[in-house]
Write a protein that binds this ligand. Structure first.
Ligand code: COA
Length: 231
């Protein structure tokens, strides 16, 4: 008898949840198209944290913000899965103190007036099991220096969007990571993510590579990159 593992069941559950979301938000035709083929362009950004020009301080329009760095021993993929379920990371029982070299995800949890959720942004200290590991396989120029943090999903609460929160939070995150001894942050941004790309340009991040992701029939998954754009 064939028995599915818990991980396989979770994967099926996650795929059907995503399929329902696409069906409701974008329609049945879009769902069929996405099952048959996905083609997406990404930019790989690098934010150097030890630059002579420093990290710009960019204010935002929401006041009384508190950003709490919560270190949780989970992978970036787990952070993203929990985030999609609306997890309140500040209430996780496994939050630890971060010490240099620890592996896990630092969730930067931003609230207004110490209570209202405003933004969450994840940064992982490891590549294992994350999309960055896949990228490295296809992109030899993308070398880990052992002092890098890798960016995960960022979300601003709907009522606080377009007020500069994402940009402000990232400027603070970069300062925190620099103080913790990180030398750079690597980010993967979809071409359609105009807002985050604009903000990263403003903060001084550089585009390292352009990557394509092609998936056919959920069976074949390819990602490959162009040679370094600034060479
Ligand atoms: C993407 C997201 C995190 C941006 O957060 P935000 O707090 O609204 O971002 P900011 O206010 O700091 O905006 C940064 C810049 O992007 C621009 N921008 C933001 N959203 C934009 C959009 N949808 N289209 C075009 N520009 C946009 C802003 O105008 C600003 O540019 P400016 O400084 O020239 O005015 C937010 O829209 C969100 O949570 N989206 C859903 C989750 C998501 O897609 N996350 C992916 C991020 S990795």
């Amino acid at each position: 008898m064939c028995r599915a593992t818990l991980a396989e069941l979770n994967r099926v559950r996650e795929l059907s949840r995503r399929a329902r979301l696409v069906w409701h938000q974008e329609g049945f035709l879009s769902l069929i198209k996405q099952i048959l083929c996905i083609y997406k362009t990404y930019y790989i950004y690098e934010m150097r944290l030890n630059t002579s020009t420093g990290i710009p301080d960019i204010p935002c329009q929401v006041s009384n913000l508190t950003i709490k760095p919560l270190f949780i021993p989970i992978t970036l993929a787990e952070y993203e899965q929990l985030g999609r379920k609306g997890c309140d990371f500040s209430a996780r029982p496994d939050i630890q103190d971060y010490r240099k070299g620890d592996e896990g995800t630092i969730v930067f949890w931003t609230t207004a007036n110490n209570d209202e959720f405003v933004n969450r942004t994840g940064m992982t200290t490891m590549r294992k099991g994350s999309v960055y590991e896949q990228i490295q396989r296809f992109c030899p120029s993308f070398v880990d220096d052992g002092h890098s943090a890798y960016a995960g999903f960022s979300e601003t609460a709907i009522q606080h969007r377009l007020k500069g929160v994402y940009t402000y939070v990232h400027s603070k995150i970069y300062r925190y990571l620099s103080d913790e001894g990180f030398s750079r942050v690597v980010l993967l941004e979809g071409k359609e993510q105009v807002g985050p790309r604009k903000a990263q340009d403003k903060l001084g991040a550089q585009v390292l590579n352009k990557a394509w992701h092609l998936r056919l029939l959920y069976l074949f998954n390819f990602m490959w990159t162009k040679p370094k754009m600034n060479q």
